[in-house]
Write a protein that binds this ligand. Structure first.
Ligand code: GLN
Length: 493
């Protein structure tokens, strides 16, 4: 357990604040000054909210002194991906089109965090509207990987993962449409959970692809991620896709016990068609599999035969939904308005200036796929593939409790290394199917490459069975993949 407050876990911070060992105001000041010192180079934050965090911290200290319970997360610092709307705090989704927008309400997940006593320190960088895998597609700035500043932190929740890895917040929230929590978590050596679709409310989440988007936690330990998931889960009458089901005890699931657990190894994930699975990633996974075996788990090879169709199906469904979701940014209903001579000119200029190239590409792809005449050939076909992919998982889960795969084919890549859109998309190959099937997934660190870059393992659970997935995740964590290593590229402590 670390002695510097910047690297205290969520669990430890909450305990120490509740015990009065440290005041919430002092703690938040420590974190804010670390953000000031470190984030100039790291670039994880688009905005900080020192005033709001200090105000809420003072309230926690007041409650504690008065002997009142200040919430399960009292004093825990949290960073939020900037596509989660925050009342009174600018929210951009990483896009110029939303520059200067101050939302009048909090997303449900933000409300839940605040009422649990969490202190929101700021909003983190992302690929514009969540479209990307490196955070290089942010309209605002570059976020660096804390382990090696010449490399990307992953994306699209790159700012959230980098902030947690570098000790700028105890935990963070990201969103995951096709891997945007798990992939940056893997690249930054932290834990990320994408819950079952419907487990967490999407109210106040700036939509990318509504049938795939889910909010989830990023933290430095499995238990911390589980604690945060506990707080943000639950039915929300304001999101009709949120599930009205009891919330299991996620925080108690991180027992590390995998005795008797059946872990499936989908063979397609270990021999992808592109042959792009890096040998160091493969070796780290093989070591993990063996160690889980030694802990009493059984590993079984399974097949998910439609895996190679996940990428093309995702890159039809996600842009199709995005093209519809982003139509609201027209300079009138939403988005910065351009000077124009007539209505059509206003639409064209506002959208032309407001959206970046990747967003425009997706809008065009999606609009094309939905056109009458092409709808059956593309969109309908992609939805049919989605069913096949879901059936593959259903079949696999008749034999196993959870699936284990690499999170990504490689470790973090250098800036500008994936220049074409397709190069970038291919890196998502292992994370997309999970979203298409609506299943829970997580990434847990399993080791470092010879260059000192983190490697992540992905677990995919049965629908609504985050508990088993978290249990397996904590067993992997206990293998001590990163040792006692911390990011060395930035902000040493
Ligand atoms: N990288 C994927 C994409 O670009 C997934 C993004 C996400 O999960 N938000 O669409």
């Amino acid at each position: 357990m670390s002695t510097s407050p910047e690297f205290w876990t969520v669990a430890d911070t909450a305990k120490r604040v509740a015990a009065g060992e440290i005041g919430a105001v002092r703690l938040v000041d420590t974190m804010l000054s670390r953000i000031t010192n470190v984030d100039r180079e790291l670039g994880a934050f688009l905005a900080t909210d020192g005033e709001g965090a200090r105000r809420d911290a003072a309230e926690i200290d007041r409650k504690r002194t008065a002997g009142q319970f200040a919430g399960p997360l009292a004093g825990v610092t949290i960073a939020l991906k900037d596509n989660l709307v925050t009342k009174g705090v600018a929210t951009t989704a990483g896009s110029k089109i939303l520059q200067g927008w101050i939302p009048p309400y909090d997303a449900t997940v933000v409300e839940k965090l605040r009422s649990a006593g969490a202190l929101i320190v700021g909003k983190t960088n992302l690929d514009e509207f969540g479209m990307g895998s490196s955070t290089e597609r942010s309209a605002y700035k570059k976020t660096r990987n804390p382990w090696d500043t010449s490399r990307v932190p992953g994306g699209s929740s790159g700012g959230s993962a980098a902030a947690v890895a570098a000790g700028l917040a105890a935990g963070s929230l990201g969103t995951d449409t096709g891997g945007s929590i798990r992939q940056p978590a893997a690249f930054c050596g932290v834990v990320g959970i994408k819950p079952t679709y419907g487990r967490v409310s999407r109210y106040g989440v700036i939509a990318f692809a509504s049938s795939l988007d889910q909010v989830g936690p990023i933290a430095r330990t499995v238990q911390d991620a589980a604690i945060l998931l506990q707080v943000i889960s639950g039915h929300d009458p304001r999101d009709s896709t949120s599930l009205d089901l009891p919330i299991p005890a996620f925080a108690e699931a991180a027992t590390g016990d995998v005795k008797g657990m059946k872990i499936g190894l989908p063979k397609e994930y270990f021999q992808p068609g592109s042959g792009s699975l890096d040998s160091e990633v493969r070796t780290a996974l093989e070591r993990t599999i063996k160690a889980l075996h030694d802990k009493g788990a059984t590993t079984v090879e399974v097949s998910l035969p439609h895996t190679s169709l996940a990428l093309p199906a995702y890159y039809i469904v996600a842009p199709a939904e995005a093209s519809s979701n982003l139509s609201r940014y027209d300079g009138i209903r939403y988005g910065k308005r351009a000077e124009a001579s007539d209505l059509l000119d206003l639409y064209c200029k506002s959208r032309g200036a407001g959206f970046g190239p990747e967003v425009k590409r997706r809008i065009m792809l999606g609009t094309y796929a939905l056109r009458s005449g092409y709808y059956d050939a593309y969109y309908k076909k992609a939805q049919q593939i989605r069913t096949l992919i879901k059936n593959d998982f259903d079949e696999a889960f008749t034999k196993v409790d959870v699936l284990l795969t690499p999170t990504t084919p490689t470790s973090a890549f250098r800036f500008n290394a994936r220049a074409t859109p397709l190069d970038m998309y291919l890196g998502d190959i292992f994370t997309l199917a999970c979203n298409l099937a609506g299943l829970p997934g997580m990434s847990v660190p399993v080791g470092l490459t010879a260059d000192g870059l983190p490697i992540g393992a992905q677990l995919i659970g049965k629908a609504l069975d985050e508990v088993t997935m978290i249990r397996a995740g904590s067993a992997i964590e206990a293998l001590g993949g990163l040792g006692d290593k911390r990011p060395s590229g930035i902000g040493g402590i």
